[in-house]
Design a protein around this ligand. Structure first.
Ligand code: V4E
Length: 229
């Protein structure tokens, strides 16, 4: 059985020449702006769910095993996330997570719960377009990270199939490559993990995050794939 896996790698100035030397073909270059959304107390991100809007297209990356946070001690090379791209499905999944969280802590009042339920059932959202922000307001979701990326994509034909390589340069000065392949399940060894753009964005000192838990204001920073304070 094969699975699709993504692996990040460090980019240096030579990488484009190296790719060309091994026969990779450039299939395009594009620029995009990513915005990541969460509740003010980071309900989604703390559960390893990543809600993103990229140039009007929504995506929710969900952890392979729902509800777990990344294991800081086991630095695995590859990450596997379930990716949801249908806006109604994203809305119901996000509202389910928020509803479960608020039920656990009984933090919301009944009118907030009604709003969440409406979004969960996609009431009012059938006519909702990708730029509508009402569902974000109803779920109290705000943009907590925003950056632009310049991406060059390559393809490399191999006997086992095509390999796609993306080279990303983010506007806050970080470069990262990502290779996407189909591999036999369990067929990858563990080496040191390379950080993604969001990891680096959140870890930079200027982006310590302030948020409220149980009415106490906490200063929080992002360290090795999870929030610490
Ligand atoms: C899943 C995740 C985050 C969201 C950003 O994911 P990433 O794959 O870095 O973004 P990008 O722009 O390459 O998306 P694509 O264009 O492929 O859709 S931020 C942190 N995580 C968890 C995570 C992590 N901590 N470490 C690694 C190596 N991957 C994911």
């Amino acid at each position: 059985m094969t699975v699709e896996v993504e692996r990040k790698f460090v980019c240096d100035a030579e990488i484009m020449w190296k790719l060309q030397d091994i026969g990779a073909k450039c299939i395009g270059q594009r620029q995009f702006r990513d915005q990541y959304f969460d509740s003010p107390d980071f309900i989604l991100t703390l559960k390893d769910f990543w809600l993103r809007c990229r140039e009007g297209l929504w995506e929710l990356k969900c952890p392979a095993v729902s509800g777990t946070t990344p294991d800081n001690d086991t630095e695995t090379v590859c990450t596997r996330y379930r990716e949801i791209t249908s806006l109604p499905l994203i809305q119901s999944e996000v509202s389910r997570i928020i509803r479960e969280h608020t039920a656990e802590g009984s933090e919301s009042n009944s009118s907030q719960r009604e709003q969440i339920d409406k979004v969960a059932e996609n009431e009012d959202t059938e006519i909702c377009s990708a730029d509508d922000t009402k569902w974000l307001n109803d779920l109290n979701l705000v943009c907590f990270a925003e950056f632009k990326t310049e991406r060059c994509s390559y393809t490399l034909e191999r006997e086992a199939g095509a390999v796609r390589v993306d080279l990303d340069q983010a506007d806050f000065g970080y470069c990262v490559g990502e290779i996407e392949v189909l591999v036999p399940e369990g067929g990858l060894s563990c080496e040191k993990k390379v950080k993604g753009k969001m990891d680096v964005y959140l870890q930079s000192n200027e982006r310590n995050l302030l948020f409220k838990v149980d009415r106490i204001q906490l200063k929080c920073h992002y360290f090795r794939g999870t929030f610490r304070w």
